[in-house]
Write a protein that binds this ligand. Structure first.
Ligand code: ATP
Length: 383
């Protein structure tokens, strides 16, 4: 096993915008690192440079303390698990797992021992004589991982391994990959565009946008302290609301009314003029249901346009107007995020017990402690 160190990595195809632009990421030995971002952000290119399928324009790629920039893929001792699993359809599960060992000219006894160890770990024993075509997507995934395990690679690299699976199986496989990675303790780099996979699998997550590293942090840190508008909008479902805001004293003025925020947040945003406030849907509540300790926040009154009742929670939609300056920044964000709905309405997620109805003036509570304030020019989180 080994750490993977990316130092100022650049990938330039032709003369356009670099696909990967000066990215530095340290993956610790045994760590599960996620590379996430919308289509075209450069995450696959970065992974392909780690494994050696793509030349590095500049920067240093280290596996352990070996610089691997000029090593061929097979000299890097990494195991890549692709989206389509890259299994040989005419070989049995046993022979698919054994394949890299046969290439290495290992003895039959040694091959047998390693394949059986891997198939025990992956619970594939009863499928060893079957062909990939007769396996479920999840089983094929495990065969692909088996092939990586027997090689005793220094690290696993995954490129969107679950994107071909239906939602239920994707959930199961996600749990399985997390369990196996912990058990094997093997350094892992995993590419996905799915923020749920990123949040649930990663020890740390690197968020990329157009070749640039936006933030590298634990899932909790990304959720609680997104560094900029892009990360804030990308992480979380439903996505964070963005509203025009100004700060006066300890109050943030929003289109619906003023909300009290902690003094240190207010100080960091003081004197900055028009800002963009970011509030997650789950940090609102129906004021009539808000628990006592929540009353410390602020309540405002707003006309609810649409209500969606899901049983456990209720989404209420409240339209609002933004000045052009804020609209422009949000339009750009929209493009960067690759097709999110334009923020002209507030989405609040309320307890399913809420009786809020469409067309009603509702009393909504908001947690002032969880409001983020962004600089509209740079997108930076000031709070
Ligand atoms: P996706 O999830 O859609 O695969 P990604 O985030 O993995 O996206 P990359 O595939 O790494 O992004 O692509 C990053 C950028 O580099 C894109 O703008 C893409 O068009 C460009 N690119 C990728 N491969 C090549 C290539 N072989 N030649 C030229 N440009 C490329």
């Amino acid at each position: 096993m080994a750490a993977i160190t990316m130092k100022n990595i650049v990938k330039q195809y032709g003369d356009g915008f670099p696909a990967v632009n000066d990215v530095s990421i340290d993956v610790a030995d045994g760590e599960f690192m996620i590379l996430v971002g919308p289509s075209g952000c450069g995450k696959s290119t970065l992974l392909r440079m780690i494994v050696g399928l793509e030349d590095i324009t500049s920067g240093d790629m280290l596996i352990g303390d070996r610089r691997v920039n000029d090593l061929a893929p097979r000299e890097r001792n990494l195991a890549m698990v692709f989206q389509n699993y890259a299994l040989y359809p005419h070989l049995t599960v046993y022979e698919n797992i054994a394949f890299p060992l046969r290439l290495a000219k290992m003895s039959d006894d040694e091959v047998d021992r390693l394949v059986r160890d891997a198939s025990d770990t992956l619970e594939l024993n009863e499928h060893l004589e079957r062909k990939p075509g007769n396996l479920s997507g999840g089983q094929r995934q495990r065969v692909a991982m088996g092939r990586a395990i027997v090689r005793q690679a220094d690290a696993f690299l995954f490129d969107e391994p679950l994107s071909n699976l239906d939602a239920k199986l994707r959930g199961q496989m996600r749990t399985e990959i997390a369990r196996l990675q912990k058990r094997l303790g093997i350094t892992t780099v995993y590419v996905t565009h799915d923020q749920t996979e990123a949040m649930t699998l990663g020890d740390r997550v690197a968020v990329l946008k157009r070749g640039l590293l936006q933030q590298l942090a634990t899932p909790r840190e990304l959720y609680e302290n997104p560094g900029n508008l892009f990360v804030a909008g990308f992480i979380g479902s439903p996505p964070m609301n963005f509203l025009p805001a100004t700060v006066e004293g300890n109050q943030v003025k929003l289109p619906f009314g003023s909300v009290e925020i902690p003094a240190e947040k207010a100080e960091r945003a003081a004197g900055k003029g028009l800002l963009i406030a970011g509030i997650r849907p789950e940090h609102f509540e129906d004021a009539s249901l808000a628990a006592e300790d929540r009353r410390a926040g602020s309540t405002f009154s707003a006309k609810v346009d649409v209500v969606e009742w899901l049983g456990n929670e209720t989404y209420a939609y409240i339209p609002f107007e933004s000045p052009d300056e804020v609209k422009q920044q949000l339009q750009q964000l929209e493009k960067d995020l690759d097709g999110e709905a334009m923020r002209t309405q507030l989405v609040v997620s309320l307890d399913g017990a809420s009786r809020i109805a469409e067309g009603q003036d509702a009393e909504i509570w908001v947690d002032g402690r969880r409001i983020h304030l962004f600089d509209p020019a740079t997108g930076e989180n000031l709070t």
